[in-house]
Design a protein around this ligand. Structure first.
Ligand code: MN
Length: 244
């Protein structure tokens, strides 16, 4: 299984987490929050091909790191994986909205040109403006809405736009998260933890908690745990293949 959204570089001991990954036989999409974090985070993976490092530009940091946009452009060709990027409409970030839009527009435009990117997108309190920006552009086949919290109409709209959805154990711990997961087409779901943020198994989220997802999604989908695991595996393969 693959954890499609984890911040390996934000654990207190990233090297220890990376060592434990091998024992759990899981892959990780190792997202970053700034272009300047990409090289150091990529070096954590060493030659482990199961860790794929994504080039990110988190909306919370868009305003203070706007000067890193040229670095983002420089690094863009070095990885197929982009994230964490997006928009955040939280009240404390409202004053940065214009810069967030500039950064996310540029990121999306590059991803449209590149065609083959897998992109992990943040949309907290910004589901509608994120979907508006996607709708205004040609489809990006590998676009994953990470921890989506939009309403039913927005879930359906995102589905119509060809988005994937990253679902986590922490998300399924809430009634709203389970409602979203049950509304999303099951062939558009991949799994994630967003570690070290959020909690699962009563502790800080760790990338191997993604292994709990077949058991957590089985009742949502009314299928066996084995069938849920097969579905997830097929979805992961399709997303990485670039088929929509
Ligand atoms: Mn995140």
């Amino acid at each position: 299984m693959i954890d499609f959204h984890c911040h390996l570089d934000l654990y207190s001991d990233p090297v220890a987490v990376v060592s434990s990954l091998q024992a759990h036989h899981i892959g990780v999409l190792s997202v970053t929050t700034t272009p300047s974090a990409f090289k150091g985070t990529a070096s954590l993976a060493r030659d482990d091909r199961r860790i794929r490092t994504a080039l990110g530009f988190h909306p919370e940091l868009a305003a203070t790191r706007q000067h890193e946009l040229p670095l983002f452009e420089t690094l863009f060709g070095q990885t197929r994986f982009i994230g964490e990027v997006g928009l955040d409409g939280s009240p404390g970030l409202r004053h940065t909205w214009a810069v967030q839009e500039i950064v996310f527009s540029r990121v999306l435009d590059r991803c449209v040109e590149a065609r083959d990117k897998v992109v992990s997108v943040h949309s907290r309190r910004a589901a509608e403006p994120v979907l508006d920006m996607l709708e205004a552009r040609p489809r990006i086949p590998g676009l994953v809405l990470h921890w989506f919290t939009g309403n039913a109409t927005e879930v359906d709209r995102a589905t119509g736009l060809g988005c994937w959805f990253g679902v986590s154990p922490a998300m399924l711990a809430s009634q709203k998260g389970r409602q979203i997961a049950s509304r999303v087409p099951r062939d558009r779901v991949v799994c994630e933890t967003d570690g070290p943020f959020g909690r699962s198994r009563g502790e800080l989220s760790m990338p191997w908690h993604v292994l709990d997802m077949p058991a957590l999604l089985a009742p949502v989908w009314s299928v066996s745990e084995a069938a849920a695991a097969r579905l997830i595996g097929r979805n992961e393969a399709r997303l990485l293949e670039g088929s929509s």
